[in-house]
Ligand binder design. Structure first.
Ligand SMILES: [Cu+2]
Length: 175
């Protein structure tokens, strides 16, 4: 049940290509249900990913998403790679202070990890180019157990309200 998605290779290739992989279509990957033969993608669901348009002259951007662990075993988000910038760093807010995550973040069995404005983000640094609304940023999330999952995160305008997690899926399907 730990067979990685076929998209893993493509995702890593995109990341390695850097700027060439910046703009991707909003192809839903790793979503549960609906796709025959992809039950191996169900244990981890990444939902509601978005990136805040950076305020010039900043050359970094913050990405947000929620990870659902629908399995009965803990998993760990080890790293996030984006084709939009040279480096990506996972930050969580601990006691009000932004803290770089050293050893990944555990997502408990049947639990979730929320990276939202007050809770944390992935800081994409040394952007390869401008990020504007209408574009999407690819993110490759690598988990200890579930392998790598690719998501496409739309860029949200500077002044626009942060998307809420209201579009969260119901992990594990109907229930
Ligand atoms: Cu940060």
């Amino acid at each position: 049940m730990r067979v990685p998605l076929p998209t893993v290779v493509a995702g890593l290739a995109v990341a390695a290509l850097g700027a060439a992989g910046l703009i991707r279509g909003a192809v839903p990957l790793g979503l549960p249900g609906g796709n025959e033969g992809t039950s191996n993608s169900a244990p981890i669901v990444v939902s509601g990913a978005w990136v805040r348009e950076p305020a010039p002259p900043t050359d970094s951007a913050a990405a947000y998403f929620t990870v659902y662990n629908t399995s009965g075993a803990d998993d760990r988000l080890l790293s996030v790679v984006s084709g939009a910038g040279r480096t990506s760093v996972l930050h969580t807010i601990v006691d009000g202070a932004m803290t770089a995550v050293a050893n990944g973040v555990v997502i408990p069995a049947h639990g979730k990890l929320v990276l939202s404005v007050a809770k944390g983000h992935v800081m994409i640094e040394q952007l390869f180019g401008k990020l504007e609304p209408g574009q999407s940023v690819n993110l490759a999330l690598t988990f200890e157990r579930a392998g790598t999952i690719d998501v496409s995160a739309p860029v949200v305008a500077l002044g626009a309200p942060a998307p809420t997690g209201s579009n969260a899926p119901s992990p594990g399907g109907s229930r």
